[in-house]
Design a protein around this ligand. Structure first.
Ligand code: CA
Length: 229
């Protein structure tokens, strides 16, 4: 994750031999960058290392960008992803977002715009509401915000992504309160995200931790659950 020098870790998957290194050079002052030149290498790096944000080109050899993003989301990787698509191709943008990308930039793009979109995506990682850094009890589990992990009383340890930890921390901070999707979205996610993204994260959390970790309050939203192991 965020490297020792404080720069967020960015995985760039771009096969263009000129554009790839150019983007890397452009973003280097603000991010610790790793460049992969095809979808297969991108998939491997995305699954074996932790990243704060990913920039994935739509058109890639071996495995195209949309397939790559779908594969990552299917594996439970919830890192923010920006997809690079061809100019004016609305269908491509929609396909990219539907596959699980959080935002898109069309080629050719302005360097300033790409940097701004990435700031917006990574800013959501900053502890905006400064969640407590002390462990929080959730049923049979304890959330440790510092290490972004959940440990059960039976010793099971589950590591969370920044977003999962943030969402869970927010719910656990006010146990009696039911949050609407819109509230959670506004506080913790990217402005262009749809409320459905909250459902996705809740699904991930339930699958990783316990079905009861987050309670659905029908017609309203979500509340922290009793998290039975
Ligand atoms: Ca390409």
């Amino acid at each position: 994750m965020t490297s020792a020098d404080g720069r967020p870790a960015l995985l760039l998957v771009e096969d263009d031999a000129v554009l790839g290194p150019l983007i890397a050079e452009l973003l280097e002052p603000d991010y610790r960058i790793r460049l992969a030149a095809n979808g297969q290498d991108g998939l491997h790096l995305a699954l074996t290392q932790a990243w704060d944000v990913m920039v994935i080109d739509r058109g890639l050899p071996v495995m195209d960008g949309v397939t790559l993003i779908k594969a990552l989301r299917a594996k439970g990787i919830s890192t923010p992803i920006l997809i690079l698509t061809a100019l004016g191709d609305t269908a491509e943008k929609v396909t990219g977002l539907d596959a699980g990308a959080n935002d898109y930039v069309t080629k050719p793009f302005d360097a300033g715009e790409l940097a701004a979109r990435l700031r917006a995506l990574t800013r959501t990682f900053a502890p905006a509401s400064t969640p407590a850094s002390t462990p929080v009890s959730i049923g049979d589990w304890e959330l440790d915000p510092a290490s972004r992990s959940m440990r059960s009383v039976y010793g099971r340890l589950v590591s969370l992504t920044a977003k999962e930890g943030e969402l869970l921390g927010a719910l656990a901070a006010e146990p009696g309160r039911v949050f609407t999707r819109e509230e959670l979205l506004g506080r913790h996610f990217h402005p262009t995200d749809q409320p459905g993204v909250i459902d996705t994260y809740v699904h991930h959390l339930r699958r990783k931790i316990s079905r009861t970790v987050v309670r659905t309050v029908h017609g309203v939203g979500y509340q922290i659950g009793d998290a039975l192991e």
